[in-house]
Design a protein around this ligand. Sequence first.
Ligand code: UDP
Ligand code: MG
Length: 319
Amino acid sequence: MEKITVIVPCYNEEDAIDYFYEEINRVMTEMENIDFELLFINDGSKDCTLDKIKEYAKKNQHVKYISFSRNFGKESAIYAGLEKSTGNYVCMMDADLQDPPMLLPKMLKIIKEEGYDSVATRRVTRKGESPIRSLFARLFYRIMNRISDTELMDGARDYRLMTRQFVNTLLDMREYNRFSKGLFGWIGFDTKWIEFENMERVAGETKWSFWKLLLYSIEGIVAFSTIPLTIVSILGMFMLVIAFIFIIFIVVKTLVYGDPVSGWPSLVCIITLIGGIQIFCVGILGQYLSKAYLETKKRPIYIVKDTNIDEKNQNVCKI
Ligand code: UDP
Ligand code: MG
């Protein structure tokens, strides 16, 4: 029998998770000829999320969980889920019903009948989101697609169904700074995109502040493009050429017209401008350096504190 692993990263989802569990159960009963594994990843929640998950696990043998020792972030939760998944197909969805579980039968049908390796979803509207946030999101996708070879889909969600081969390829990439939206595209394979209208979260609050999203977008750029480094080098060369022309100009001017001391305000402006550009460029270098630094430490991507998965009796489905 075919098996789907559903990975659900949860961080402080006590308000939403019951609704989610109810809904996914409905879909699981609907798809009766498929075996399911419902894999909750508790990403260091500080509320009763884990208790609720344990309750589900007691009642339902298909429910598995991994609980982290602290909050490691959604990317780590996704990785842990992929690593522990055993199904022929693996799906990830959020615990807040923003990724409608009822799309699952349609997604499975596409993979099985049309031969795709993964089915991904994107929202075509950003209803219920603040305009500034949407604006920055659009800008991010535009910049990212310009400066990186990997194509990123605007409005793409992490909700997708993948074949075992696709998952195993993702697992081979053990980088510490993970940016899944980029990795999905980078590994290739055939992906079909299906679209849906944005849904608002059923309960609870989003874990992503504007600041967190900004840092995440920088992570994405640093992980998938080295163009900023090239831009910095070109900028440096450009300023060097201008400096040379300027020096020649000043020497000639001094020789021809003498040297009255004037113009220090403009000098101060130029110094602060160049100083600013330099610090900005050093900052860009620092971003790459810090990522490389963390990468060389080879720390684990997540640490498990509690789980009901019995590693010895786990049979991962073959491709
Ligand atoms: N999440 C997580 N760890 C985090 C932040 C979020 O596991 O540090 C989970 C969260 O519980 C949810 C999913 O990631 O299931 C998406 O989070 P959220 O709904 O807050 O993001 P949004 O949909 O607003 O982008
Ligand atoms: Mg959400």
